[in-house]
Structures are given as C-alpha cells and as structure tokens.
Design a protein around this ligand. Sequence first.
Ligand code: AHR
Length: 479
Amino acid sequence: MIFGGFLEHMGRCVYEGVYEPASRHADEHGCRRDVLDALGDLGFTVMRYPGGNFASGYHWRDGVGPIEARPTVRELAWQSIEPNYFGTHEFLGLCDRMGWEPMMAVNLGTGTPEEARDWVEYCNAPVGTREADRRAGNGRVEPWDVGLWCLGNEMDGPWQLGHVPARDYAIRAQQTAKLIKDVDPRIRTVACGSSSPEMPTFGAWDYEVLDHLGRAADFVSLHRYVDDNANDLPRFLASGVSIDRQIESIDAVCRAVQAKHRTRHRAYLCFDEWNVWYKNMEMNGAGQHAPHLIEEVYDLADALVVAQFLLSFVRHCDVVKIANLAQVVNVIAPVLTRGDDLLVQSIHHAIRMIADRRTGTALRCAVDGPADALGRTTRAHQVDAAAILDVDALHLFAVNRSPDLDAPIEWNVPGHALGSVRSAEILTGAGPRTANTWEAPDVIRAETWSGVSVGDSTARFALPPLSFAAISLSVPNAA
Ligand code: AHR
C-alpha cells in the first residue's frame, strides 16, 4: 500500500478535479473520466479522504443524504465554501470503481469520538441499527467495510483545528480507537504522528502518543513536504537521504515503545502525506468554492525528488506499510485541470515508472560510488537506488542526482543470472527547472531507453545528469 494517494476537500482536488458533473468528461457519477484515466495510470492502491486539515472541521453527516438537501458550510481549514455535493457515498463509490482501498480520516479536531463511531457504523455495519439503516435509506444496503481509519490529522500542529498537546490528543485518539474498534474489530487505525521532522516535538510527540495508545494504534503517520526554499539544488536533490532518516527515526520510536511495553505489537509506519511543495503557498480560499490553492507546477528536479520518496519507501517497506501521495489532482498533484483540459506533470511520469514495476520483493541495495558531504555526518551518493525482485523479473531504479556528471553504473546481482532487458525507461530533460506547461505539455516525459546492457549477473548503463531510470530485466530462475 505504499502506492497510495490522498484526495482532500481542498482547492480544486475534489471539485473541478475528480468530480465535475458539468464537464464534458463527466461519467454518470459526475466524475471526470480524463482525470480518472490519468490517475488510473498510477495504479493507486489506497486512497485517503477527506483530509488533511479539512478533516479536522468536517462533519460527515453534512455529506450524506440527497445532494440537494446537504448543507453548504463555511470551511475553516482552507477558508472555503463547501457545498457537500461529494461525500461518503460519492467517495466510496469512486473507490469501488477505481479499485482503491479507502482510508478515512475522522475529525478529532472539532468532532467527538462518538461522531467517529457513528461514521464507522454508517460505513461498516450490517443493516438493523440506526446509522446502518440510514445508509441503506440513502441507497446503499451493503456495508462498505472500510478497514483503515486515521485518528485525526496533524494534531501536533498549531494550525490544526482543535490542536492539543500530545497527552490530550492521545487520550482523544485512544477513546476513539476503542469505540470504532468496538463497532468493527477488523479496523486498523492510524494515529497522528509528527507532521514533519521540523516540528519541535518531532519524535517526542510520536513516543507519547504511541506509549498511551498501545495496541489501539496499528500505524503512526509520517508527513513530509520537501522544498527548495534555500535555492540549493544539490541539497534538494539529496532529499532521499533525509527521507530515509525520517523513516528510520520514527521506526526507532515504534520499536522503543514496543520494548517498553514488552509486547509483540508494534505500530508500523503510514507515510500518509508526502510530496514536493514550496512554490505555490496560496492556502486561503477567501470564501470561494473550489478556489485555486497550492497548484504547484512540477519540474524535472521535483520529479527526481518524488522518485526518491518512492525509492525510500521501497527500501523501507518492511516498516513503511502505507504511503499516500499528497494530493492526486490540482492540489500539489501529478495532474492539473483547466476547464476540460488536463496536464500531466513531470512527477506523474516518475511515479508511473515505478508503479508499473512495483510487485515483488524489495531487495537491499548497497551503493558504492561518489558521494557529496551533506553537513558533518551525512553523505549523499550521486546515485539513489532501489530494486524489486518479481517472479520472473528484476526491476532496477536509479536516480542520478548530479546536474552535470554522467553516472556510469555496474549493477551486480550476485547469485542471479540476468536475462534480457524487458523494458527500460528514462526521465530527463533540458535542465532541473524544465516543466510541462499548458503551452508545452510534453517536454518532460518518460522515454523508452536502449542504454542498458546485461552480462551474467551484472547490468550496465550510464545515467545522464539529472535523470531517473526504471529498468525491468527478465530473470529466468527468480521464482
Ligand atoms: O496536503 C495539504 C495539507 O498539508 C494537508 O491538508 C495537511 O494535512 C498538511 O499540512
């Protein structure tokens, strides 16, 4: 589930994004076929909803029942107007059609544990009790059996509606987890961890929350938005190093809590918001419905960093069990809409190249080669790498972080006779800041690549500067 996405009621992610009944692309459910096709290419496994910060002021009852009877509300997280045309039924119906596993975030900001419990009953209980009967009355008799529930969102942040200190959040989250697991014991919960490694309470917050929640927390959330505000390209392109470090730090916290409790239970990591985000910081909807908020334009350098996020998740998939790209359309997203048009951004290509090759067993890769110092204790190799061994194929992924040097690579896979190149793609471009635009929509795209040669158990290729390659080799005896 590390190839997940995140659909928030923010800006134009839902409205004018996945849902636009007036579009000429709309299907019979009011969803945009062009957007869903582009998202379908990324093969999302799990989809988080309805926020984000939005979740902390959301009352789910506003979003069920006849659409014309739903209230229009003033939405405080993004200072927007929310008409609730899209709600629980619309989201879960979309998940069914797209093959996404839903992951719902309850409101632990302005909501109560009981409101969360009622939502779980509405979604998961068989008919015969109040909320389940209400669901049936609204047109859905069978329960949806939503298995993943987030216990709020970024509750460590003062910007969050209903933000409280760790202890208070932990009490709220434990009460909620108990109620919702009592309604449906199959549920797995995601407790709010630190919203970034920059938070002053990073690590301590996570420890206190997990210590109090114990078995009530199946996962702890990690969030990360990488930026290049310092205008320091080498450091930005080395982001994978600090993503590794963030994961390993929170994994250590989980193990420390487990040791203290002397239990077999440990919380796993749910990286449920991640992306590059820093160029467009417009977050005030100014009382508009579907305002243009944080519509980041992604360039080649961003795509190389996005690839590094996913390579880090692959390397750490023994502990990172879920991850969600934030977000999926318009709002810091791989696709943008403008009227009925659609633009595929650079990051879409990087994600698709990995998603197409994601099944199998992640291998440990040792990288030996040139590296730059990042501060006193850390080094970033010129090449970031990950590999996945599938039944009859080996998938290799490599980013060349250097803006001006080729990276000649010898990839040794001891003990495996490598077969032929089944497919190879490369993503590169004229410079780090080259981006697809409405005027030139195709300047950054994945190209078929013939630069790979294979002999015995070694693959050889030379990555050009600022590039990302995804390679699949046939491995006759892998099974
Ligand atoms: O993804 C945008 C916002 O970033 C989310 O709503 C919030 O959780 C985070 O701060």
